[in-house]
Design a protein around this ligand. Structure first.
Ligand code: FEO
Length: 170
């Protein structure tokens, strides 16, 4: 059982996760357009991860006898100044999601909702990994100055990323 307030907050998080998916799908499309297949792949995997995150919240609300209500998804940006710009915006967005997850945990603690606290722990850990991945790529882009052969090497590396569904990864 979850409270109405918690149900509303979890539904709002579904919207944030699907917006995240939409944002990264837009980044994938832009990467394809500028000819960087590896970056396009990395963001496509990120899109799949975000949809899986949204579905984790979706299933949890249902399991708890709550009601899933879907809202409009905001339009994401469609172009960026550079790859560095794209990854800095990605990191800033993930930091926003981390704050949102932390607020959900705070609410679960306030409400003494132990089940939701346990459910959210997976996301607390996941956000460390998400921010870590972005920081790593930003560091690499800085090293190569965001251009040239170095950039193509990063593109090759990012082409190897594959999607692993969260349940199988746990
Ligand atoms: Fe679902 Fe990237 O946080």
């Amino acid at each position: 059982m979850i409270s109405e307030r918690m149900e509303a907050a979890l539904n709002a998080q579904i919207n944030k996760e699907i917006y995240s998916a939409y944002l990264y799908l837009s980044m994938s499309a832009y990467s394809t357009f500028i000819g960087l297949k590896g970056f396009a792949n990395w963001f496509m995997v990120q899109y799949q991860e975000e949809m899986a995150h949204a579905m984790k919240f979706y299933q949890y609300i249902n399991e708890q006898g709550g009601r899933v209500t879907l809202r409009a998804i905001e339009q994401p940006p469609t172009e960026w100044q550079s790859l560095m710009d794209m990854f800095e915006k990605t990191l800033a967005h993930e930091q926003f999601v981390t704050r949102s997850i932390n607020e959900l945990v705070d609410l679960a603690i306030t409400e003494k909702d132990h089940a939701t606290q346990i459910f959210l722990q997976w996301f607390v850990t996941e956000q460390i990994e998400e921010e870590g991945n972005d920081n790593e790529i930003i560091t690499k882009l800085k090293l190569v100055g965001g251009a040239g052969n170095g950039l193509l090497m990063i593109d090759k590396e990012l082409e190897l990323r594959a999607f692993t569904p969260p349940a199988a990864a746990a």
